[in-house]
Design a protein around this ligand. Sequence first.
Ligand SMILES: NC(=O)c1ccc[n+]([C@@H]2O[C@H](COP(=O)([O-])OP(=O)(O)OC[C@H]3O[C@@H](n4cnc5c(N)ncnc54)[C@H](O)[C@@H]3O)[C@@H](O)[C@H]2O)c1
Length: 382
Amino acid sequence: MLIGIPKEIKNHEYRVGMTPPSVRELVENGHQVIVETGAGIGIGVTDADYIAAGAKMLPTASDIFAKAEMIIKVKEPQPVECHMLREGQILFTYLHLAPDPEQAKLLKESQCIAIAYETVTDSHRGLPLLSPMSEVAGRMSIQAGAHCLEKAQGGSGILLGGVPGVASANVVVIGGGAAGTNAVRMAMGMEANVTVIDKSLNRLKELDMQFGAKLNTIYATKDAIEHYVLEADLVVGAVLIPGAAAPKLVTREMVKKMRPGSVMVDISIDQGGCFETSRPTTHKEPTYVTDGVVHYCVTNMPGAVPRTSTFALNNATLPFALEIANKGYKRALLENAHLRNGLNVCRGHITNAAVAAELKQPYVEATVALEMDTISTTVHAA
Ligand SMILES: NC(=O)c1ccc[n+]([C@@H]2O[C@H](COP(=O)([O-])OP(=O)(O)OC[C@H]3O[C@@H](n4cnc5c(N)ncnc54)[C@H](O)[C@@H]3O)[C@@H](O)[C@H]2O)c1
C-alpha cells in the first residue's frame, strides 16, 4: 500500500503521524511511504531520518493526498485537508467528530474511509489509541503542578518532595485510570504524600497492589473528596465517564476553603473539567487564579511534549496501521472488531452510533457500510 504522512497544520500542532522507526516497519512489510517535506521538524526529526527509514519525501501536502492510498495523521483533518481527500482513500487519525458537524459533512462528501483513533477499542474495554495521551497528560500533570507551586508562579512555595526535616506536599489525584495512575506514579516518585480517590473499588484494589502501602487509596464520596482536597497542596482531576461530560467533583465552596497558593490541575478539562472553577486554558497562558488557588486547565497537554507524544502514539497506532496496510481496509475492518469500532465514516455513511446520534444523522452499521462498499466496488469494476 502507498501510505502518506502529511505535515500537521493545526495551530501549534508539532506531532506527526508516523515516526521514522514506524516508516521502516511499514517499508519492511512491503509498503511504500511518502512523507511531506519538513513533517517531523517539530519533534526534531529530519527529512534525512525519514529517507534513511525508506520514505520518499514530497514537497507539498497536495502531493501526498493526491497519491497515497492511506493518509496517517494526528489531528482531525482541517477543511483544506478534507477537500484533498479522495473517494476510497483511507484516513487514519484522531477525528473527534461528535462536536464537529462541518468536518463530518466534508468527510462524507469526500467518500473516504475515515478511521478514528479515539474510538478504536481493545479487549479490556479500553481505548488503546487514546490511552497513550492520557499517560502523557498524567505524567505531565505533576510536572506542571510542581512548577505552579513555585512562589513565582503564584503557588504556595512548597517543594513536592520536601527535604529531610520538612514535610512533603500533599498530592490528591481524583480518578485513578490511565491519566491518574501516571500522575500517582510521578508524584510518588517525587516523594510527595499521595492520595488517589476513585469510585471504582476494583481500580483502587489494583492501585493498592501496584503501589503498596505508600499510596493512600480512598473511595470517592463527597465527604472524602472535601476532606482530602482541603488538605491538599496539589489536586489533579483525572476522572472520565466515557462519552459524558466530567462530573464537577470539586465545588467552588471547596476551592474557597483551600489553602492560598494551592494548585489544581484539571486533566479532565477536555471533557468539561471536574472542578467547578475550571475553564479551558492554552499552553500560551496555562494558568489562572481563582479564590487564591492556581488552576492549570490546558486541554491539549501532550502538545507540550510532541516528541514523546508522537513516539507514544506511534507505539499504539503502528500495529493497526500495519494491519490495514497488510490486509487492505475492508478485510482488516471486517476481521478485527476493535479496529472496526474506529470506523466513523465509510463512503458517505456515518458508521459510529454515538457520532451519528450526536450529529443527528442516519447511522449505518460498519459491516453493512463495508458490504455496500463491496457491492458498489464490484458494480464499478464490472
Ligand atoms: N487535558 C489533556 O490534554 C488530556 C490528555 C489526555 C486525556 N485527557 C482526559 O483525562 C481524563 C481521564 O482519562 P483516562 O484515560 O485516565 O480515563 P480512564 O477511564 O482511564 O480513568 C478514569 C477514572 O475516573 C474514575 N471515575 C469516574 N467517575 C468518577 C467519580 N465520580 N469519582 C471518582 N472517580 C471517578 C474511573 O473509575 C476511572 O478509574 C479524560 O477526560 C481524558 O479525556 C486529557
